[in-house]
Design a protein around this ligand. Sequence first.
Ligand SMILES: [Zn+2]
Ligand SMILES: [Zn+2]
Length: 481
Amino acid sequence: MRDIGVDDFTYPSVLNCLTSKKDVKIGQSVHCRVIKTGFQGYNLIGNALVDMYAKQGDLSYAFKVFNTILDRDVISWTSAVTGCAHNGSHEEALKLFCKMRNSGVEPDQVITSSILSSCAELALLEFGQQVHANFMKSGLQSSLLVDNSLVTMCANCGCLEEADRVFKSMANRNVITWTALIVGYAQNGKGKESLGLYDQMILSGIKPDFITFIGLLFACSHAGLVDQGCRYFESMINVHGIRPGPDHYACMVDLLGRAGKLLEAEKLLDEMAVEPGATVWKVFLAARRKHGNIDLAKKAASVLFKLTPKDAVPYVMLSNMYSKADKWEDAAAVRKLMKSKCISKEPGYSWLEMNGKVRRFMSEDRSHPKSDQIYLRTSEVMGLIKNAGYVPDVNFALHDINDEGKEQGLAYHSEKLAVAFGLLYVPQGAPIRIYKNLRVCGDCHAAMKLISKMFCRHIILRDSNCFHHFRDGTCSCGDYY
Ligand SMILES: [Zn+2]
Ligand SMILES: [Zn+2]
């Protein structure tokens, strides 16, 4: 076609076909031609280049092009924002969106949906709701894309009532809408509701997809519904023709492991049609840990040491397991091995969104301006629940110090600091929403239950695995975490 000549519509069409990682070289050569033929100043082409580089995973080059676009329209900003989101840089996506608003460009459906998805990832409910309210005020019609992202965001922030309200108000729904709510219910400890919703979806004539089944299997494993989970797994393959991926297997291993069916879990692992990745092995290790089978846990841990050599989780799990079985020397040996390989635990942190601000808490961190007050409140709260029967579980403090020192360390885990902050500043009657980057430890879980009862608060904690709704001394996860 070069002999015929190209125009400013040809390039975007070509660039749109080069968004995969294997297209990096050819993408660059098309970019060279754009420059050589004098088309680099065209918005349409600049936008397509930003989109192409971002989808290929090269954000720095995407921004190099983005910065050369002089008259940026909403599509230029959308390419950059969705590019950030695509690469997991959700904070950057939100910052860009604010910049766009300040530059006077109004958001459309596509960018609004993308921002709501980033808010879902970062659990920024207030911010997302504000973005959506502004979008509705702008007079633009909502779309399936926007509504689906809104349902996902609400469910992902533990706000099921709102997710349900939006879902019911929608005139059109597709498999993404249904799946968003099915997964939302599953993650928020409402397994039976999740399965009920699936039946309704089938009745309404919508076919499930790959992700719907992750939600269903997750719901079954967390609600302890072993037989039903096995039936869904089979129907996924035999009725719906969906090949299970590592996430489905991870749910199945978890389902069988939780029910103590370790041999069946191992059999499934051996028969897997795909290579079991780190996620599956981690679930397998966790199941071993729960049922105290050290030899098989050792096997799972050694596979993980090879698969994810920089990950501290298998080392910590194995070491904790040895400590629990009073095998102190073995526990120390695992920690020594971890130290010799310079592997450190990912620092745990929790965050809370209030009045448009995000407050982040780290274990034993005192950099917060109100930290004296928060620490004082934390120790008061811990004292109060201790009187009500809370016994600190020092198994969760991985330090070689005496019990009192361990207890102090435990008291200042990031989620405990966050809940103390919530008790101080979140009005009574409103839920305290806390988000955590890692899994909640058993000690914090026990403390949260008592705090919810003692202070009559609904505490919602989203950790890296699921949601915990603490109410009146119990948790929605049924203590499976
Ligand atoms: Zn903790
Ligand atoms: Zn829980």
